[in-house]
Design a protein around this ligand. Structure first.
Ligand code: GLA
Length: 434
């Protein structure tokens, strides 16, 4: 008997899980002040800030199982990830066992998910977390499992019955049923078919469009019902690798892909430069060679500057202190989750140094400096170059040092390690309450 069956079938346990779930709903109400929203209203409220959670692909790939998901849910609570705002636990590809040839109903791999997906979703919900799953707009998934093409309504209904709160929807094996020029329209049609099917279930399910960017999903992602859309190919555990269809890209390439897409992001719809590789250190499923501490911290900094979805991609039940210091930094997470929902844009570039600016609520501004060089550098940028209002006096807070830093009048100056990113929040002194 599996651990999950023991936990769900044990007399009284089902009732306990149910009561715990009700507890979560009440907790949600108290914290978010949401009153029993009708389904349509709940849909409108989905992902008003970028979704935060974890996805199984980077660390586990084809070895994902109910044991892994349960341990991840437990670790979310014990490590402080849940308290820091990470909510969705998403099973990526290769959870599927097949599709029943008579009923057409999808079923999970019976060895790795012996208790079934509904029981697993219940377990995740009992921890006051949300549960996500993966499918594909084509006939097969990227891992050659059954895709949802032609089964959109059936699959959406099944996912809703299982208690799914988030669907990542990939684009492999999509029938190229018209000319190449129709490729764009075909993507819209396939994603709309699933977006509509999800809406028809009446359950609020975050719809993660994963077309990788070639057909500009930022132009139609919202229209098809998406709350986030991938803008890049898969990010590997590596710093720099150019964009191509054959191999994973590096963190730096994903940053460049996000440039100029800021006008498409905002509450309810986010550009997604892929999952985080922080903490992998070349372990797990996707590999890539690994990154330095500074490079991992840069990924976190820039994803937060971009208001990107923060989907963790490392095993979370044995994170090092270094990894925790990055993933649990509440100051940088607050930049990602700022209610204005503005994506940063590049304001300044010189000698391999870039400055990115993100307007925040309360007339504050976040500024990130990124050192693309393989050497340490010192920089000074005037507030004018950084397009900061010179008439306003600001307090400057360093979100990685967690302290207010003194800066010369009219400029920001700092020295940076190779591939480091430093982030500062500028708060108008007049806005300070103390
Ligand atoms: C594609 C996606 C990845 C992952 C795999 C699973 O490559 O871009 O994020 O979901 O498929 O097969």
């Amino acid at each position: 008997m599996t651990q999950l069956i023991k936990k769900t079938i044990f007399p009284g346990m089902t009732l306990i899980l149910f009561l715990l779930t009700i507890g979560c709903i009440n907790q949600d109400k108290a914290t978010k002040e949401t009153v029993q929203a009708a389904p349509q209203e709940e849909l409108l409220q989905l992902s008003l800030t970028p979704p935060m959670g974890w996805n199984s692909w980077n660390p586990f790939g084809a070895n994902v199982s109910e044991k892994v998901i349960m341990e991840t849910a437990d670790a979310f609570v014990s490590s402080g990830l849940k308290d820091a705002g990470y909510t969705y636990i998403v099973i990526d590809d290769i959870w599927q066992g097949g599709r029943d040839s008579v009923t057409g109903i999808l079923y999970p791999d019976r060895v790795r998910f012996p208790s079934g997906i509904k029981a697993l979703a219940d377990y995740v919900h009992s921890k006051c977390l949300k549960f996500g799953i993966y499918s594909d707009a084509g006939t097969l998934t990227c891992g050659d499992r059954p895709g949802s093409f032609g089964y959109e309504e059936k699959d959406a209904k099944l996912f809703a019955e299982w208690g799914v709160d988030y669907l990542k929807y990939d684009f492999c094996y999509c029938p190229d049923y018209a000319s190449l020029h129709n490729d764009y329209k075909m993507a819209i049609a396939r994603y709309k078919a699933m977006g509509d099917a999800l809406k028809a279930t009446g359950r609020p399910i975050v719809f993660s469009v994963c077309e990788w960017g070639p057909r500009s999903p930022w132009l139609w992602g919202r229209e098809v019902g998406g709350q986030l859309w991938r803008v890049s190919y898969d990010v590997g555990d590596k710093w720099d690798e150019p964009r191509n269809e054959q191999s994973q890209i590096g963190i730096l390439t994903a940053i460049d892909v996000m440039c100029d897409l800021e006008r498409f992001a905002g509450p309810g719809g986010w550009n997604d430069p892929d999952m985080l590789v922080i903490g992998l250190k070349n372990s797990g499923f996707i590999k890539g060679g690994g990154c330095t501490f500074e490079e991992y911290r840069t990924q976190m900094s820039m994803w937060c500057m971009f208001s990107a979805p923060l989907m963790l991609g490392c095993p979370v039940n044995n994170m090092t202190e270094e990894t925790k210091s990055i993933l649990l930094n509440k100051d940088i997470i607050a930049i990602d989750q700022d209610p204005l929902g503005k994506q940063a844009f590049r304001v300044w570039r010189k000698d391999g140094i870039e400055a990115w600016k993100k307007p925040l609520s309360g007339d504050r501004v976040a500024l990130a400096f990124l050192n693309r060089n393989s050497k340490e550098v010192s920089i000074t940028a005037s507030l004018e170059q950084l397009e900061i209002d010179l008439k306003v006096d600001y307090k400057v807070y360093d979100v990685w040092k967690h302290e207010i830093v003194k800066q010369p009048a009219g400029a920001i100056t700092t020295s940076m390690k190779s591939h480091e990113c430093q982030v500062f929040v500028l708060t108008p002194l007049a806005n300070q309450t103390n």
